[in-house]
Design a protein around this ligand. Structure first.
Ligand SMILES: [Zn+2]
Length: 495
């Protein structure tokens, strides 16, 4: 990959790595802000024009605040953030606008100082209630006491924030308390909370590193929602509880403040919280978006937390779609040979650029081969199937008499005939224009990979290796890039 990218001129690299806005189709709303305090204010503006209760939590230390979402939801209260020692200006202004009669402060006086409590009272709030505790576990227990009775409890690791924030919206919406544990043993306040709440079943969030088998086995009727990363845990929660929802919240998975502030709004809208890296959507997040066909996103935070590139990926209709990119031939099978070219090399070069574009665009591309190796046709079909590919695109170059010239794209009628034809048409109509070749059209072709693939599939013949003019284009990095762009845009056109 690195070696390959080095060989492309910088101008082309730019095109490969950034998603053009022109394909925007999914709906993305960003709740922005210059700071986490402003983001929380903007979340509250989105969900509340007035509020009789507001929850205030520490914006710089997560220990006490992880379990606040169900409480805030119960009182239909936005969560605003504060520094420990003083109320930040955006938070102060927002409390003045909302004019709540009550503010609930989360955590002990180390999390939110008595000075902040005084400042809130000075804004004319008649009741300021603190829900504290000697530890995060006790804070969680004390929050659970404020919730209505529920036979279920969520159990998450209290020394990290991602898992409890991923489940926050679901727990809040369903009035389920979030209780905290260490990986290896259940803290006393959590045991006490379960016994006083009469917990008969538990939802354990996170893998065995977060909540060990030993802890799991001590919990009442546990069900685990695990994952290999915070992104996967959040994706698995979304898969389990929100598979029919087309909408989701997206926040940076390595910062807790935006997700915390957003959790109550997500609960009000009955939407899951997904996590992202700042620069690009992680595969697990893409996968759940693609498999649930999500198309409406609320992004939490500014462009440093969630870059424009992530927003463009979310907007892109191919986000999360699994596209099998099949570079024809390989290894001892050179394919067509002529004019100094081997077809297998041309196919692979174009396939790699298509792969990069799909990946940068938010899709989940799978390459049949990424090196010069031989694969049986049946292996290619099997690989696409085992990867649950949504689309199959096979890339070839043509050969015939020296006079034969032009671009053509094939589909077959055995599976997904209409969709395959549509895919072939979307690609063909862009490809011959991009290569400035003769348009030989969309055709039915009885080729193994498009005959046996059960998903919509098409096979492109870029141009003729056996024709001098066509071959000169196939040789050129610029035309390879143009061809890949046309195929990429054809896939987007299909969706
Ligand atoms: Zn071929």
């Amino acid at each position: 990959m690195r070696i390959f990218l080095k060989s492309i001129p910088m101008l082309i690299l730019g095109v490969v790595l950034f998603v053009p806005n022109v394909f925007a189709a999914n709906s993305v709303t960003r709740l922005d802000g210059a700071s986490r305090y402003e983001v929380a204010v903007n979340v509250s503006k989105q969900g509340w024009s007035s509020a009789s209760t507001v929850v205030v939590a520490n914006g710089t230390a997560y220990a006490d605040v992880l379990t606040a979402a169900p409480l805030a939801y119960k009182y239909n209260a936005p969560i605003l953030l504060t520094e420990s020692s003083k109320l930040t200006k955006p938070t102060k202004n927002r409390i003045s606008q909302l004019k709540p009669s009550k503010v609930i402060v989360i955590g002990g006086s180390i999390s939110v100082s008595n000075n902040v409590v005084s400042e809130i009272k000075n804004l004319g709030v008649s009741t300021v209630e603190r829900i504290g505790g000697r530890s995060r576990y006790e804070v969680a227990q004390n929050i659970s006491k404020k919730l209505s009775s529920n036979s279920k409890a969520v159990i998450a690791n209290g020394t990290a924030y991602a898992d409890s924030l991923a489940i926050g919206s679901y727990a809040a919406r369903n009035g389920i308390p979030i209780l905290l544990t260490t990986a290896g043993s259940i803290p006393e306040p959590t045991k006490n909370a379960m016994s006083s709440k009469g917990t008969t079943s538990t939802i354990v969030v996170g893998g065995e590193i977060s909540v060990s088998k030993s802890v799991y086995s001590q919990l009442p009727s546990p069900t685990r929602i695990g994952g290999n990363s915070r992104f996967e845990v959040a994706a698995n929660i979304a898969k389990k509880y929100y598979s029919s929802s087309k909408a989701a919240f997206v926040s940076n998975g390595y910062q807790y403040a935006d997700a915390l502030a957003g959790s109550v709004l997500a609960a009000k809208q009955n939407r899951p919280m997904l996590f992202t890296d700042a620069g690009s959507l992680p595969t697990a997040t893409r996968a759940v978006i693609g498999s649930n066909s999500k198309n409406t996103f609320t992004v939490l935070g500014g462009t440093i937390s969630v870059t424009t590139n992530v927003v463009n990926q979310l907007k892109n209709v191919i986000v999360g779609k699994k596209v099998f990119v099949d570079a024809g031939h390989g290894g001892y099978d050179s394919g067509a040979v002529g004019n100094g070219l081997k077809e297998k090399d041309v196919n692979l070069a174009v396939a790699k650029i298509v792969n990069s574009k799909l990946s940068a665009g938010g899709a989940i591309p799978v390459m049949a081969r990424s090196t010069d190796v031989f694969l049986e046709l049946s292996e290619r079909v099997a690989k696409a199937k085992s990867n649950n590919a949504n689309l199959f695109v096979s890339i070839h170059a043509n050969s015939a008499s020296p006079a034969a010239t032009g671009t053509e794209t094939y589909y077959y009628t055995k599976y997904e005939a209409d969709n395959s034809k549509r895919l072939a048409t979307e690609i063909q109509n862009r490809l011959y224009k991009a290569l400035n070749t003769q348009n030989r059209g969309v055709k039915i072709g009885n080729f193994h990979v498009i005959r046996e693939s059960t998903m919509p599939s098409s096979l492109v013949e870029l141009a003729f290796i056996s024709n001098v003019n066509d071959a000169s284009k196939l040789k050129s990095a610029l035309y390879q890039e143009k061809a890949a762009q046309a195929i990429y845009e054809g896939i987007i056109g299909y969706y």
